[in-house]
Design a protein around this ligand. Sequence first.
Ligand code: NAP
Length: 485
Amino acid sequence: MSQIFRNYIAGEWVESASRKTFPNINPANTDEVIGLFQDSDRVDVEAACAAATQAWESWAALPAPRRGEYLFKAAEILESRLAQLAADMTREEGKTLPESQGEVKRAINIFRYFAGEGARQFSYHIPSEREQVFCYTLRKPLGVVGLITPWNFPSAIPAWKMAPALVAGNTVVIKPASLAPLSGYRLVEALHEARLPAGVVNFVTGSGARAGNALIECAGLSAVSFTGSCEVGNALYQKLAARKLRVQLEMGGKNPTVVLKDADLDYATDILVNGAFFSTGQKCTACSRAIIEEGIYEPLVQKLVAKTKQLKIGNGLEAGVQIGPAVDARQLETDLKYIEIARQEGAQLLCGGQRLTGGTFDRGYFIEPTIFDGVTPEMRIAQEEVFGPVLALMKAKNFEDAMRLANSVKFGLSAAIVSRDLTRVHQFINRIEAGLITVNLPTAGVEYQLPFGGTKESSFGMREQGPQALDFYTETRTVYLKYTQ
Ligand code: NAP
């Protein structure tokens, strides 16, 4: 009998009005139902929004350092359960246990970081042109914020939206991804146990088309922060712009790693394998294009293919496994569809390309890490996000050609360069069209204390994480105060 997980509305764990549920299934072992979650509808989401509206005034009136104390307490609770939470995450999302442990730790760090922001929340004192006038700014919370999150970082992303929203004095309704709702549930459970006042956080599960859509249509909402696909994000934006709501969209990527001919080949190989294949390529910041300068192309590709073939694929709970499954049947189909498209468009398959079958592989959505050679910029594999372990190789004649190739996509989330040439590295940093730029590091692997977000079609609105996260969740007020009459 599967455990039933309920919504969290107005400080109570409640069933959806319809009492319908949906299963959360382990992608590494589809026989395992991790739990049943509420298949919520408009009426549930509206109840959550009403609870958040009711709770807002007193939450906003609480001094920010005291709001932060709830996050500190929740972080402590989460830390005491880290091992269990990481195992939950691997079971629902498929990433390896060390990856899940790292992510839960990151969610804890995010709670602590923004708990501390409660005592900072910097604003400005700016000198006035006039005598005896004191000018400064204040940060005010927005009200009720709607948060919609994806499955690939099921703990970190809910944490990096909820924590700044709460410490800034907003109340929250969060709808997590249906493929991995348990990790977000655990965060809310910890906030509940930290005795967060009723209604300050509300958690509602259910399909994007119904629960998600109902959330963005809720009256009384002040802002929406969304992370997910461009398709859904852009559609949400159309609706939210018509309501003049503040919106933050973090979406897809087609992230390049440029390797220049002075690079150490073994080092570059590790960076490419890590960026392209870890977490099964299911990171928005994963590398999906390797742009390699002539001169090192053949030897680097040889090393890359050899290393990729050695990767151990399997259930992420098993020691030594480096790559888990695709998150579900649909993502697996997408990966295989793009592999077929790449073949038809003339790219040459160097390794991988198949679903893994036989033994325990038959119970999950396992796929081989895949590399295509001879990819040209107009091919779909060079332009569209696959969101799986599929790497496109492109040969660049020189640095200029590499820059042209790197910037020839509509996305701009992350980008890496591997080189010891300081001049080229700085030129890359100045010219690359990406919000997150790494040098001699993989395209993925960002830290919570720095701003996060992309450019071009990857993102819209203000940055997440780091001190800038508070800008989205607060409104600036400007005060001119004359202290004599
Ligand atoms: P998705 O299909 O766009 O779903 C994201 C969230 O939106 C889920 O909670 C989903 O609910 C919900 N949703 C779907 N349709 C909706 C609608 N009509 N109205 C309101 N909400 C709706 O994305 P995903 O497959 O979960 O995640 C993968 C994508 O996320 C990739 O494109 C990846 O690049 C992107 N991503 C970006 C970042 C970043 O920071 N830039 C980080 C991580 C992931 P259901 O789960 O119920 O469908």
